[in-house]
Design a protein around this ligand. Structure first.
Ligand code: DMJ
Length: 627
């Protein structure tokens, strides 16, 4: 209207146009209609919040749930150059405002997570994250590596000094074993997944969906920790130049996560080298389609190229496996931490939600769950294969959150209580073991895989109620002792794949098919935790017995090999140097002869493949560099 007011010495518009009264009226009517339309349109545009704030009183704007309470400054994604086409830039801006970076840019340009948003490595106490939770406005994110390093309470490789010469000599022997395993892999199988030490060639297998170099990625952090500098550089430059993530094929979500994502994340945290971070994030994104199921429980197998996923053929009724979908939490929280993209945390928090909702038989978690209905498919419970690392990740989630994730702690405590009540048994000869449960019927067998539980129970004892702490330490020691017996009762002093407590036998394999040893780490893993938490010298002694047995029965001309029968001193070799031998078995043995401040348990939590991930000491403050 102001525009139409007649200014002195200047005719108004309608007059200037020489219009008559009815025409003037029509003109004004048309003009006011136009204005109303324009004003209304502002409210229909997708992003009209700024205009709304201009036109609406403050309080009304604050009460609008669609509006951020304190809008951050408009954020320019880092890689959107001024020359970028306006449309692309607008799209990126819109994505940043919604808190959802476009899939292909999420890793590099994602927004920083807001405090109070789920996860982001914070694993807030009892955080609940519905996948569809409204996201807040985010600014570009940058992980501040230096601040993270300052948050550690101990030097990563310890302070050194003051040790017994024998301890040092034993540690150096294990380092030599690592160098031998690596050198032979490099010589005969470099770039393949594993070494075949008898035939002196490489093995690819079908677990990693076309990914290569499993031994390289699994070994990176062990080489670094053992200060095998040249070997570490070889491994690093292979990752830089040859680790191709654009592959097709059936990959195990679980194996790719624990070995590749875990190995890359750890090496980034140890070195600060961007290549490890960006590969981990890129690979993490490729795993996400596995979660596209009605419940959000991921399927076990994924094609990394097409994103198609399905369940293992052998898993009953298309089910997902507890130890597989329950062993993603630690790595996925770190993927959020480093990318600022909450989607990783949301995915694993949703798994928890499903598990918390569902009824558990006698408080136990069966091993098979339908990703479609969210119901248990079979009532087989085991702390060994198919179940194992699900329990491990509960207690480690609590530790990694710097003891804030109380939901994880409660789930762990409840599960352990049920396990103790229904599965923990004592043999006639006084050995404590954890049996398996099949719909209420006990199978008095313990797998080698279940032997990690001594270490886990010891690690968790600290959080138990005062009157139960000693009880759990005793239980942990008893289980570790039983696992040691399974080694001590064999002719090679290495343990079988499974041992039984029935028909008058104790801690020995009774079936031919269970007599093999494939360089697994679980028993020495428990020795390490028991040593660190009790300093009882017997654990170092037991670890050294394993070193000697490995040297005697598994070392061959071109590497280390598993054996087919631990009960014969002329064993036949299986011709496979597993990548976890370098990632876990040798690492745990080496750490057993290191001071406690080398990868201190105060600063690091080991994933299930022995890749240490940092404890979140700073509760999101370490990386607060919004650029
Ligand atoms: C490793 O890949 C991991 O420890 C996993 O949790 C279980 N199996 C192997 C080692 O035995």
């Amino acid at each position: 209207m102001l525009l139409l007011r007649k200014l002195p010495g200047m005719p108004g518009w309608p007059a200037a146009l020489g219009l008559r009264l009815p025409q003037k009226f029509l003109f004004l009517l048309f003009l006011s209609g136009l204005l109303t339309l324009c004003f209304g349109a502002l409210f229909l545009l997708p992003d009209s919040s700024r205009f709304k704030r201009l036109f609406l009183p403050r309080r009304a704007a604050a009460g609008d749930p669609d509006l951020p309470r304190s809008p951050p400054a408009a954020a320019e994604p880092r890689h959107a150059s001024p020359a970028a086409p306006r449309r692309l830039r607008d799209k990126l801006r819109a994505a940043a405002r919604l808190g959802a970076p476009p899939a292909h840019t999420a890793a590099s340009a994602g927004g920083s997570p807001q405090r109070g948003q789920p996860g982001a490595g914070g694993a807030e106490a009892g955080t609940d994250s519905a996948p569809a939770a409204p996201r807040q406005t985010r600014a570009p994110f940058g992980f501040d590596y230096e601040t993270f390093r300052r948050s550690l309470r101990h030097p990563v490789l310890g302070r050194g000094g003051g040790e017994e010469p024998e301890t040092r000599a034993r540690r150096l022997k294990i380092r030599e074993m690592m160098k031998f395993a690596w050198d032979n892999y490099r010589r005969y199988a470099f770039g393949k997944n594993e070494l075949r030490p008898l035939t002196k060639n490489g093995h690819i297998g079908n677990m990693f969906g076309g990914l290569r170099g499993a031994t390289i990625v699994d070994a990176l952090d062990t080489l670094y920790i053992m200060e095998l500098g040249e070997e570490f550089q070889e491994a690093k430059s292979w990752v830089e130049k040859s680790l191709d993530l654009n592959v097709n094929g059936e990959a195990s979500l679980f194996e790719v996560n624990i070995r590749y994502v875990g190995g890359l994340l750890t090496t980034y945290y140890l070195t600060g080298e961007e290549v490890f971070k960006s590969k981990a994030l890129e690979l993490g994104e490729k795993l996400l389609p596995a979660f596209n199921t009605p419940t959000g429980i991921p399927r076990g197998v994924i094609n990394l190229g097409s994103g198609m996923s399905w369940s293992w053929g052998w898993a009953s009724a298309g089910s997902s496996i507890l130890a597989e979908f329950g062993t993603l939490h630690l790595e996925f929280l770190h993927l959020t931490e480093l990318s600022g993209n909450p989607v990783f945390t949301e995915k694993v928090m949703n798994i928890r939600k499903v598990l918390n909702r569902i009824e558990k038989p006698q408080g136990l978690y069966p091993n098979f769950l339908s990703p479609v209905t969210g119901n248990w498919v079979q009532h087989h419970v085991s702390i060994g294969g198919l179940g194992d690392s699900f329990y491990e990740y509960l207690i480690k989630s609590w530790l990694m959150s710097d003891k804030r994730d109380t939901e994880a702690k409660k789930m762990y405590n409840d599960a352990l209580e049920a396990i103790e009540k229904h599965l923990v048994k004592k043999s006639a000869g006084g050995l404590t073991y954890i049996a398996e449960w099949r719909g209420g019927i006990l199978d008095h067998k313990m797998g080698h895989l279940a032997c990690f539980s001594g270490g886990m129970i010891a690690l968790g004892a600290e959080q138990a109620a005062e009157e139960k702490k000693q009880h759990y330490m005793d239980l942990a020691a008893e289980i570790t002792h039983t696992c040691h017996e399974s080694y001590a009762r064999s002719d090679t002093k290495l343990g079988p794949e499974a041992f039984r407590f029935d028909s008058g036998t104790e801690a020995v394999a009774t079936r031919l098919s269970e007599r093999y040893y494939i360089l697994r780490p679980e028993v020495v893993e428990s020795y390490l935790y028991m040593w660190r938490l009790t300093h009882d010298p017997k654990y170092r002694q037991w670890g050294w017995e394993v070193v000697k047995a490995l040297e005697k029965y598994c070392r061959v001309e071109a590497g280390f090999s598993g054996i087919r029968d631990v009960y014969t001193t002329t064993p036949s070799h299986d011709n496979m140097q597993q990548s976890f031998f370098l990632a876990e078995t040798l690492k745990y043995l080496y750490l057993l002869f290191c001071d406690d401040d080398v990868l201190s348990l105060e600063d690091w939590v080991f994933n299930t493949e022995a890749h240490p991930l940092p404890v979140n000491h700073t509760n999101l403050k370490a990386k607060a560099s919004v650029q």
